[in-house]
Design a protein around this ligand. Sequence first.
Ligand code: PGA
Length: 243
Amino acid sequence: MDIIQAKDYTEMSKLAADLLVKHINNTKSPILGLATGSTPIGLYKELVKRYKQSEISFKHVTTFNLDEYVGISRSNPNSYHYFMNDNLWKHIDIDLANVNIPDGMADNLEKECIEYEERIANQPIDIQILGIGLNGHIGFNEPGTSFDSRTHIVELDESTREANSRFFDSLDEVPKQAITMGIETIMKAKKVILLVSGKAKATTLAKLISNEEVTPDFPASVLRKHKDVTIIADEEAREKIKL
Ligand code: PGA
């Protein structure tokens, strides 16, 4: 795993945007894996800025998002569909026919998972953007998730629901389930860019890059087996590691 050392959140976001802009501009049909959460918001702002400066077009880009809550509609501001539209899609020239995000309102959720996985298998992801949860989750793959998991329905950890309750009026409103790409799905991406920012993630990052075992108890540890992972971490997140 390579680590790019960013000074702060703004620089982390710019460095990630540099990598994506370069890839998009040099690739005929780029396929990106995208993430939600607080961490990638700065990256999306930077991509919008570069689009407005005519540095980049998204007309030929396809995207797959990592995950979506079960049981809240696309028009709900807490859905990841809404988040993506609000932070990125509505500001750029992407063809909405080419954006993919699991449908958490599907009548048949199992079928939705199988079909989502098939879509990714048919259009393999070039670069997957990831954040990391305090407990090492990637996507919504909580500790204990099998490394050979594909897109599936998850019961969210209480710690994850609590962490995400900041976006909802109350903890009760946070969905209990989500659909997420599996660990195997994420590992199939040709390249992974993991963004880590802030003091709160310092222990998690230290654990990730330590030589501890690769274990489903700490899902992100699987990334040590991926051949092309770039971590972009800011100073605060690197507080507990020596490079
Ligand atoms: P965050 O979430 O970007 O809001 O910290 C990351 C995650 O839980 O995967």
